[in-house]
Design a protein around this ligand. Structure first.
Ligand SMILES: Cc1cc2nc3c(=O)[nH]c(=O)nc-3n(C[C@H](O)[C@H](O)[C@H](O)COP(=O)(O)OP(=O)(O)OC[C@H]3O[C@@H](n4cnc5c(N)ncnc54)[C@H](O)[C@@H]3O)c2cc1C
Length: 402
């Protein structure tokens, strides 16, 4: 059976749902939107397994502007995602946004980069301040700053929130706007000429393959993006790479902690009464991976020593929980691949965000809606993230990748 839609979105995580929202809420667009999601519990999705944080501290102007729009969207959720046809509890739009900032620490070697980035960030209106070790110590007395040359702190516009709540708000609003969420796994595409005409999917309701035809298709499959691309005959350099997050308790009070990124990339931040922390795997230990096994050696051998060096009270912490999720890791430059490929004109990609896709969802969702409705970017030109750079192997040189 073939059902028809105007836009078919593969993947109903934060990117697919944000794209659906901006399409459905554009009053000039009356098309039918279907989001196909293979697991609506989202247990294995990057969105729900992320560290759920947002920062302005990038080096690429486009990434900074994307996050500036992101924080504005999150601060004003009630303007965007409040339901109109239903009474909602007063706290329904509270995603627990905590604007406590990112603090990026640099050793002598890294301080010039922080200074250069700061110039760009400030020019674009990001509220980021450079702090000497003495100022850092004054603000965060619990921190050891002996080996730090400079810190870069987001005074506002940076912090963390509840990603699952945000996703559920998008879903509820989308459904009110008429978006259809269809449970099923996309297993292939039907093509005609150079274009896709239908997505083929397996569902629990039917033994036979169902088809949903459409004019435009979006690949929002997160770490599975390459598989969806391959179904359309396109090769993209995006792999699923495991990232582990560890939860720990600290007996002493660590007041006013931002999300701290240490000089070697280890990060920690408060999470309710606890802390979470993580880091990228060491070089040569980061293969393509789809399992969810936590690599505890990363915590014991790499993260904990770094934490204990930075905060004396972290010498006696208790690690109480952990989980693993996956980055859609762009091998070329760890930035999003956005837009169509010359070989298939109606398949839009929004993949390869690596560690910063959640915060980019509002701006990327809006960008996808503009490409589909108007055929071009209207509010923020994101053409540097286009497929051409992948084909020509010309990376976007973002210096702040975490
Ligand atoms: C440990 C960790 C920490 C992170 N921390 C941050 C952070 O602090 N800030 C930040 O901005 N970003 C962070 N990220 C990155 C962020 O989580 C992702 O970039 C973002 O969630 C990507 O959203 P998505 O919708 O593309 O992917 P997903 O959330 O994975 O959604 C894709 C969906 O597609 C579905 N799907 C896949 N294949 C198919 C198919 N064939 N048919 C139908 N459905 C399919 C999946 O079930 C899934 O629900 C982190 C990621 C991880 C793993």
């Amino acid at each position: 059976m073939t059902k028809t839609s105007d836009v078919v979105i593969v993947g109903g995580g934060i990117i697919g749902s944000a794209a659906a929202f901006f399409l459905a809420s554009d009053t000039t667009f009356n098309g039918k939107i279907t989001v196909i999601e293979k697991d609506s519990s989202y247990q294995g999705s990057s969105t729900t397994l992320s560290a759920a944080s947002i920062r302005q501290q990038f080096s690429t102007p486009e990434n900074i502007n994307i996050s500036l729009f992101g924080i504005d969207f999150l601060r004003n959720l009630s303007e965007h995602l409040a339901l109109e046809n239903e009474q909602q509890p007063t706290n329904a739009l509270d995603i627990g946004l905590q604007e406590k900032g990112y603090l990026l620490l640099a050793s002598d070697k890294g301080q010039e980069t922080l200074r250069n980035n700061n110039l760009i960030q400030k020019e674009l209106g990001a509220d980021i301040s450079l702090l000497t070790p003495a100022l850092l110590k004054e603000r965060f007395p619990w921190m050891n700053c002996d080996d730090v040359a400079l810190g870069s702190l987001g005074l506002s516009g940076e912090g963390w929130f509840d990603a699952y709540s945000l996703l559920q708000l998008f879903r509820a609003k989308n459904k009110e706007l008429g978006v259809i969420y269809k449970d099923g796994e996309v297993t292939g595409f039907e093509k005609s000429g150079g274009e896709i005409v239908a997505a083929e999917l397996k569902t629990s309701e039917s033994a036979s393959v169902e088809k949903i035809s459409g004019e435009h298709f979006i690949n929002a499959a997160g770490p599975m993006a390459s598989r969806i691309a391959a179904m359309a005959g396109i090769d993209i350099p995006i792999e699923s790479r495991k990232r582990c997050v560890f939860v720990f308790n600290c007996r002493e009070e660590i007041a006013n902690s931002p999300l701290v990124v240490d000089t070697n990339g280890v990060y920690f931040r408060p999470e309710g009464e606890h802390f979470i922390c993580g880091t990228s795997p060491l070089d040569g230990h980061d293969p393509e991976c789809f399992d969810y096994h936590v690599d505890y050696s990363l915590f014991d051998e790499h993260i904990w020593p770094t934490l204990a060096n930075r905060v004396t009270a972290f010498e006696s912490i208790k690690q109480i929980n952990a989980w693993a999720g996956h980055y859609a890791y762009n091998l070329l430059d760890q930035n999003v691949v956005l837009g169509t490929h010359p070989d298939v004109g109606n398949l839009y990609f929004a993949n390869g965000f690596s560690g910063h896709g959640l915060q980019q969802a509002p701006a990327v969702g809006r960008a996808l809606s503009e490409l589909i409705i108007y055929g071009k970017y209207r509010s923020l030109d994101l053409s540097i993230f286009g497929m051409e750079r992948i084909i020509n192997k010309t990376p976007v040189k973002e210096l702040n990748v975490i």
